[in-house]
Ligand binder design. Structure first.
Ligand code: NAP
Length: 168
C-alpha cells in the first residue's frame, strides 16, 4: 500500500474536514496515479468529496464503523476494521495499486502497513489547520527515494513531489 498525501511546511493536511490548498497539478497527479486502482480512506475524507461521492473510475474503500452505502455506489466498499480492510484488499486489490489517501486517523493507523509514500510538499502554512500527517521516520525504515524540483502551481503555490520507500 502506498501513501498519497499533500502536506504543508508544518505537516498540516486539512482544516474543517477540507483540504488546505488548491494545487491543480497535485490533483492531476492524484487522478493519474489512482484511476483504475484502489483508494483507501476514512469516512470523513469520503464525506469531504463533492456530494460525499466516491471518486470515479477507481475502487474506493472507506473505513467506518457506521457508514452505509445506501446510495449503492458500485465502486465503494466499506471496511469496519483493519482486519476487514486487509481482507477486502486481498480480494479486490490483487492486480492493482492500493493508495492510502487519508485523512489523519487513517494515515496514523495504517502508515505502518505501507511500503511507499508519494508526498506532495506545499511550500506554505496555515495557522489554524486541524489535521496533520504523522512523520515517517528513518527508525521505522523509511528512506528517501526521490525529490522533484520545486514547481510553481497555476495557483501560485510552490510544490514538489517527494517519494519514500520502506523495507518491509
Ligand atoms: N492533504 C491530504 O492529502 C489529505 C488527504 C485526505 C484527507 N485530508 C484531510 O484530512 C482531514 C480528515 O481526517 P480525519 O482524521 O478527521 O478523518 P478520516 O481519517 O478521513 O476519517 C475518520 C473516520 O474513519 C473511520 N475510521 C478510522 N479508523 C478506522 C478503523 N480502524 N476502523 C474503522 N473505521 C475507522 C472512522 O469513521 P466512523 O466515525 O464512521 O466510524 C473515523 O471517524 C480532512 O481535513 C481532509 O480534508 C487531507
Amino acid at each position: 500500500m502506498i501513501i498519497l498525501v499533500a502536506v504543508d511546511r508544518k505537516g498540516a493536511i486539512g482544516k474543517d474536514n477540507g483540504l488546505l490548498y488548491r494545487v491543480p497539478e497535485d490533483l492531476k497527479n492524484f487522478k493519474a496515479l489512482t484511476t483504475g486502482n484502489v483508494v483507501v480512506m476514512g469516512r470523513k475524507t469520503l464525506e469531504s468529496f463533492p456530494g460525499g461521492k466516491p471518486l470515479p473510475n477507481r475502487l474506493n474503500v472507506v473505513l467506518s464503523s457506521r457508514y452505509e452505502n445506501t446510495a449503492g455506489y458500485e465502486n465503494l466498499l466499506v471496511a469496519r476494521s483493519a482486519l476487514e480492510l486487509f481482507t477486502l484488499l486481498e480480494e479486490h486489490g490483487k492486480d492493482k495499486k492500493v493508495f492510502l489517501c487519508g485523512g489523519e486517523s487513517i494515515y496514523k493507523a495504517f502508515c505502518g502497513a505501507c511500503d511507499g509514500a508519494i508526498i506532495t510538499e506545499i511550500d506554505s502554512e496555515t495557522p489554524d489547520a486541524d489535521a496533520f500527517f504523522p512523520a515517517l521516520s528513518r527508525e521505522d525504515g523509511w528512506q528517501l527515494e526521490e525529490t522533484s524540483e520545486w514547481e510553481t502551481s497555476v495557483s501560485g503555490l510552490r510544490y514538489r513531489f517527494v517519494t519514500l520507500k520502506k523495507e518491509v
